[in-house]
Design a protein around this ligand. Structure first.
Ligand SMILES: Nc1nc2c(ncn2[C@@H]2O[C@H](COP(=O)(O)OP(=O)(O)OP(=O)(O)O)[C@@H](O)[C@H]2O)c(=O)[nH]1
Ligand SMILES: [Mg+2]
Length: 461
């Protein structure tokens, strides 16, 4: 067992176990869809899967407008939840109970991959052979996995030295410059040509992980290696950029760093080949609004990270021409989340921003299999119109995070295009986090949402 299979969020659900679980459930001999949901931390994956599963369980008996796109409404006889053999279970019931509690709570951060199966028993479609009277079974498998695992694609085409040089350059720019001082100073003191010193490497390694985590809490997203962000990586596997380690001799600190980097790259390659490449319908969730509120640098960094994430999907389109030995992609749904943080008139602009972030060439190349959407998995606000200085304005009503009283806010105008550097100061946003809505249990219809059903539509159309 390589040390990486013991990484938390990776461990109980080790890469090998996940890979073999995905390999054994062949989507070809089973009616159904395997849908993988990813996105960087706090993008909204857990809330999405919880609300999506809840909607699938209840859509058939709910008014059509509660979940308009539900293709099996007339035919569903029975819906039940199952675990997906071999995968860590997604704790749907616990997450739903929190959302419906009094007071309701959003889920805690999660690590690693988990999955849940929605099993639908359907009556035969009327146009089909009536002799097929037995209901048939359709599986919708939902798999939640960290988008940080997709941030490592560039490593596959960079050797340790080149990667180090890129990361050092980045570490000296913008907000990172202040955050990186400590590990850079420690790395500076390390002699790459000296005999391998596991203790010194662990110390600088820890300072590097600390730097990555601080970057993340300052709203930065383009952070490598992505797996160092979840849980605690074993000390003997840590590496960090050190371009001075150029062609170090065997047995030295420099050689140890390059060796650890290579071991990590093998893991990344296996992940793409054996896990990612088997997930043919994927949803990528992007929290553009939080980055927009945080300002230009956070937004640019999210754009870089998001493009890195979707580059992996480009690899799926041209598997032979590229570095990854992987399969093909059937459907990709690119989704801006938390759309209930803005007023409905701004949704088109939010989609426009996502489109620009991904880049026109990507959108055009993937137009046939992909959809772009703005959604709220669970709508925490309602919209009200107020007259203000003779003008009718839209406000959001909701309970801001950490408070218990309802307020009305104007989140501001969302630009339809990414503002250029100079025009950022001209945009003033008031995009807040909200507490979940008070729904109360039991809640036997889809949770209030924006466009959640359209994600289903774009995945199975
Ligand atoms: N208003 C609103 N907030 C949301 C919605 N979805 C997610 N959020 C907020 O975003 C936070 C993160 O959502 P999660 O679903 O836990 O995100 P995640 O991607 O699973 O995050 P990690 O597990 O940390 O990777 C929540 O705590 C909510 O504050 C939504 O539909 N509406
Ligand atoms: Mg989560």
């Amino acid at each position: 067992m390589s040390p990486f299979t013991r990484l938390p969020g990776f461990a109980a659900d080790s890469l090998d176990a996940i890979a073999s679980a995905l390999a054994s459930v062949s989507p070809l001999n089973q009616a159904g869809y395997r849908i993988a949901v990813t996105g960087l931390q706090r993008a909204g994956k857990t809330v999405f899967v919880t609300s999506f599963v809840h909607a699938l369980l209840h859509a058939k008996d709910a008014p059509v407008e509660a979940f308009p796109f539900f293709p099996w409404r007339e035919r569903v006889r029975e819906v039940e939840l199952q675990d997906i053999p071999g995968l860590p279970p997604f704790p749907y019931r616990e997450r739903l109970a929190e959302l419906l509690a009094d007071p309701p709570r959003w889920p805690a951060p999660t690590e690693g991959l988990s999955g849940v199966r929605v099993r639908l028993r359907l009556a035969p479609a009327a146009r089909l052979d009536r002799r097929l009277l037995e209901p048939h079974t359709l599986h919708l498998d939902l798999i939640d996995y960290p988008g940080e695992w997709l941030l490592d694609l560039p490593l596959l085409s960079l050797d340790y030295e080149d990667w180090s040089a890129e990361m050092e350059e980045l570490a000296n720019s913008g907000k990172r410059a202040a955050l990186s001082a400590q590990w850079l100073a420690q790395a500076e003191a390390l002699d790459p040509a000296a005999k391998e010193d596991p203790f010194a490497l662990a110390q600088v390694g820890r300072a590097y992980v600390d730097y990555l985590k601080r970057c993340r809490s300052e709203g930065l997203s383009f952070l490598q290696p992505g797996r160092f962000l979840g849980g605690t990586a074993p000390l003997e596997t840590l590496f960090f950029p050190l371009s001075r380690a150029r062609s170090a001799r065997a047995g030295t600190n420099g050689a140890a760093l390059a060796r650890r980097y290579e071991a990590y790259r093998r893991l990344v390659r296996r992940f793409y080949g054996q896990v990612f490449g088997r997930l043919r319908r994927q949803v990528v969730l992007v929290d553009l609004l939080t980055a927009l509120q945080q300002g230009q640098e956070s937004f640019a960094d999210l754009a870089l990270a998001t493009r890195t994430v979707v580059d992996a999907f480009e690899e799926l389109r041209h598997p032979l021409a590229r570095v990854l030995p992987i399969g093909r992609l059937d459907r990709l749904s690119l989704v801006a989340t938390k759309a209930d943080h803005i007023t409905s008139g701004q949704l088109n602009n939010l989609v426009g921003l996502l489109r620009e972030m991904l880049g026109e060439p990507f959108i055009r190349a993937n137009a046939r299999q992909s959809g772009l959407l703005a959604i709220a998995s669970v709508r925490a606000t309602t919209q009200v119109t107020r007259l203000w200085q003779g003008e009718a304005l839209q406000f959001l009503r909701g309970v801001p995070r950490g408070r218990s009283d309802t307020v009305e806010v104007r989140p501001g105008e969302i630009p339809g295009q990414i503002p250029d550097r100079g025009s950022w100061p001209g945009f003033v946003f008031n995009i807040r986090d909200f507490e979940p809505p008070h729904l109360g249990a039991p809640f036997e219809k889809p949770l209030p949402h924006i466009n959640l059903d359209k994600v289903l539509q774009s995945l199975i159309a």
